[in-house]
Design a protein around this ligand. Structure first.
Ligand SMILES: [Zn+2]
Ligand SMILES: [Zn+2]
Length: 197
């Protein structure tokens, strides 16, 4: 029996190994749209690469990303086993449309949204202020207000403000209070205020 495609000895039905593998596909990449935040996505290429890895459910041998404007081309080379155990390498192209939109967090920050306030007070207020700033990533802080009695640091998430206050409580006195910040759908929203001295 000879391969009906190339004439070499046939090993799988009417085909030789190579022709059998040629006719099988390891994966079918699906094009997609990726939304990235223009403010906090620092590496667009890396974001595309990660999303493409998730989209292509196959072992990747190599991946090359090329971005032109809002379109990315991903050159994917996959390696895998076919149903009969043959290993195959296959190369395909995937197209990704990149859309830019501020993420929730960044749009909250640009609106000066904050759930927590840390107040650096007392004789150590400068030290406390520096410690708070060092403990929080810049994106977690929406604003800093300097007052005669010390600095107020506005923090986007309650949880982040709480964590920093807790960490500093081993060295300083922390007093927690709540301040009414507004209402949302009939529910009162409170801001956590941590006075540290
Ligand atoms: Zn053949
Ligand atoms: Zn963002």
């Amino acid at each position: 029996m000879f391969c009906i495609k190339c004439g070499k000895p046939a090993t799988i039905g009417y085909l030789c190994k190579e022709c059998f593998a040629d006719g099988k596909s390891l994966f079918t990449p699906k094009d997609f749209t990726l939304t990235v935040c223009p403010r906090c996505t620092t590496d667009k290429e890396e974001a595309v690469r990660k999303a493409a890895l998730d989209a292509v459910k196959v072992k990747i041998a190599s991946m090359r990303v090329k971005i032109v404007g809002s379109a990315a081309t991903v050159d994917v080379e996959a390696e895998g086993k076919l149903t009969n155990g043959l290993t195959k390498r296959e190369r395909k192209e995937l197209h990704v449309r990149i859309k830019e939109k501020l993420c929730d967090r960044c749009s909250q920050i640009s609106g000066n949204y904050h759930e927590g306030v840390i107040q650096a007070r007392g004789p150590n207020r400068e030290k406390i202020f520096e410690a708070v700033r060092a403990a929080l990533p810049a994106r977690a802080i929406t604003g800093i207000a300097r007052r005669a009695e010390g600095c107020d640091v506005r923090v986007v998430k309650k949880g982040e403000a709480g964590k920093v206050a807790k960490a500093l409580s081993s060295k300083y006195d922390v007093i927690r209070s709540y301040k009414l910040a507004g209402e949302k759908k009939g529910k009162k929203l409170y801001r956590s205020v941590y006075a540290i001295r």
